[in-house]
Design a protein around this ligand. Structure first.
Ligand code: FAD
Length: 384
């Protein structure tokens, strides 16, 4: 089968699955801040969340282009992949840096959905984007255990995950030669863990995010991923996949807003003609479409480079930023096109508007993308 028809087939099956989860389903969860368990189970059973796990570990062994097709289509169908996108990419750190034993132990169970690895503990309240200043510590006790103390914030899906990929400091900052050394990555088993407290944070959209407290939490030394002290690099390596996948969600959101706005502009008749006959209404829709298509090209370029094993830091960052801006512009346009009805819950627009707003802030905010491009691509002086 050609790649094109394979992707079209994936798109059609994701769309068919999403049709079972219409607006009412998401609206109810949004009101209750509930987790879309049935939706996540359906995606897991269909193998979509195991897209990037190689077949030898029980995954679907699909390409990054297939993975972005899945995430885009979920969002273009009006659903929300934020509830489970991390199950797709967090395992990449084990795949790339884990030992053979860790890969054999965890990846097949993550692929089948028996184990959920969709909590990613990096951000902390005091350090935020300044990751190298994080304060959570992992202290080695003897040869067999690390003791974790500290706090994470915005650890999404922690209540709906069995495992957490955690970044913690193993060597004090003053004692490392390179400023990027001294942080380590652990796979924390959160099931019945003593010394771990999870507190939900209610946010403007339904996101199942939390803060997590570690109070003498014991983690077996065998749960260290890769080499001690090299964790910051492992986390950075995983961020390209995260950015490309989230960018594809934004493209899906933008498509959803553009479709909704076009349909409404054709059907709403005022002053004796459809509002979409007025160029004042048409042009913002056309502009949002153009912005989305340009961002989509960058997402595809980033995915192509990623698949080819080439450095795609520049393109992954630009894809995430351009796509997040395109989805936010499309959201704003969609509300404007709908007038008052854009604010009514039953149209789903205000919900999607709130959901898509996140992506110019997380997983990395606009200024940090611009700063990456300024320094690493354009060679401008370091600002921090
Ligand atoms: C709903 C939600 C879910 C999230 N999920 C996760 C998760 O699962 N795991 C996780 O680890 N994190 C998660 N995050 C955290 C997210 O990655 C951060 O919020 C984001 O990276 C920004 O960090 P911050 O909130 O600490 O802002 P800060 O770092 O405090 O920054 C605040 C503002 O200052 C700007 N700024 C900071 N430094 C500079 C500078 N040097 N130059 C110019 N501007 C600067 C930033 O761009 C930003 O606009 C989530 C966040 C949210 C809101």
């Amino acid at each position: 089968m050609s790649e094109h028809s394979e992707l079209s087939e994936i798109r059609a099956s994701v769309r068919a699955l999403c049709e079972k989860f219409p607006g009412e389903y998401w609206r109810k969860l949004d009101r209750e801040r509930g987790y879309p368990t049935e939706f996540v189970n359906a995606l897991t059973e269909a193998g979509f969340l195991a897209a990037l796990i190689p077949e030898e570990y029980g995954g679907s062994g699909l390409t990054m282009r297939a993975a972005i097709t899945i995430m885009e289509e979920i969002h273009a169908s009006g659903c929300n992949g934020a509830a489970c996108h991390a199950q797709m990419y967090t395992m990449g750190t084990i795949l790339r840096h884990g030992s053979d034993a860790q890969k054999k132990q965890y990846l097949p169970q993550i692929a089948s959905g028996k184990l959920r690895l969709q909590a990613f503990g990096v951000t902390e309240p005091t350090s935020g984007t300044d990751t190298l200043n994080l304060r959570t510590t992992a202290k080695k006790e003897g040869n067999s255990t690390y003791t974790i103390n500290g706090q994470k914030i915005w650890t999404s899906r922690a209540e709906h995950s069995d495992l957490m990929l955690l970044l913690a400091r193993t060597t004090p900052k003053e004692q490392v030669q390179k400023r990027t050394d001294g942080l380590s990555v652990f796979l924390v088993d959160m099931r019945n863990a003593k010394g771990l407290t999870i507190k939900p944070i209610r946010t403007m959209m339904n996101h199942a995010t939390t803060e997590v407290f570690f109070d003498d939490l014991k983690v077996p030394a065998e749960n260290l991923i890769g080499e001690e002290g090299k964790g910051f690099r492992y986390i950075l390596a995983g961020m390209n996949a995260e950015r490309i996948l989230i960018a594809s969600e934004c493209i899906g959101d933008a498509k959803w807003f553009i479709e909704k706005a076009s349909a409404y502009a054709k059907g709403r008749v005022l002053f004796g003609r459809p509002i979409g006959q007025n160029q004042g209404v048409q042009f913002p829709i056309a502009r949002a479409y153009m912005q989305m298509r340009a961002a989509e090209l960058m997402v595809h370029e980033a995915a192509r480079l990623y698949e080819a094993g080439e450095d795609c830091g520049e393109e992954a960052n630009m894809a995430k930023q351009l796509a997040a801006e395109a989805s936010w512009a499309a959201a704003d346009m969609c509300v404007q096109t709908h007038g008052g009805f854009g604010f009514a819950e039953e149209y789903d627009i205000e919900r999607k508007f709130r959901e898509t707003r996140l992506y110019t802030v997380a997983p990395i905010s606009t200024n940090l993308v611009l700063s990456y491009l300024s320094e690493h691509v354009l060679g401008l002086p370091r600002s921090y």
